[in-house]
Structures are given as structure tokens and as C-alpha cells.
Design a protein around this ligand. Sequence first.
Ligand SMILES: [Zn+2]
Length: 103
Amino acid sequence: MTVPTPTSWRRDADQQVTCIACGETVDREAAREYDKQGDRWNRDDKEFEYLCKPCHSGCCHQNRDGLEETLIAAGAGRTDRRTFLRQYCELSADDADPSRNEP
Ligand SMILES: [Zn+2]
């Protein structure tokens, strides 16, 4: 007796994603989800970013209080790289608290 193999779920597995750390293209199946808002269980209206396994395991798991807020305040994913980097530098150079930099 053979177990039937559903094929519908495989559509996802065929997708490829780009690692946000090294730019490598990997199978979505092999990638780790990365949610820059830190709440990966709330999936509504979200696009996840991905890390390949080597980058994920090489991730720094130390305390990073304020980093996500700084990234979001700097426009991560919403602005072009140049603008983001400039804003990020300004935000992190001034203070660890990005809310003080709101215009
Ligand atoms: Zn990577």
C-alpha cells in the first residue's frame, strides 16, 4: 500500500527566495524566515524576508534591543539602500533611541 502524495503543497517548495544577508538565492524550503518586526506568528499582511541556513546559523543572537526599531525607523525595506543606510547611520550615531529622532 502506498501513501498518496499530495502535490498542491509543493508549489511553495518550488519558490526561490533571496537571502537578505548574502544575496544568495535559495529554495524557500531551505531558507529560514526572518521577520524584521520580530513577531513571526502574526502572519497577516506580511511579507517575510529570508536567510539562508549558513547566514541564519551565523546570526548574532546577542541582545539587540532597539535594533529592529532603528531599522524600521530608518525605512528598511521601504526605501532604497542609499537612503536607508544614511538614515540608519544618523539614527544609530545619535542615540540608541530612534523615537527621539522623529521629525
Ligand atoms: Zn545567506
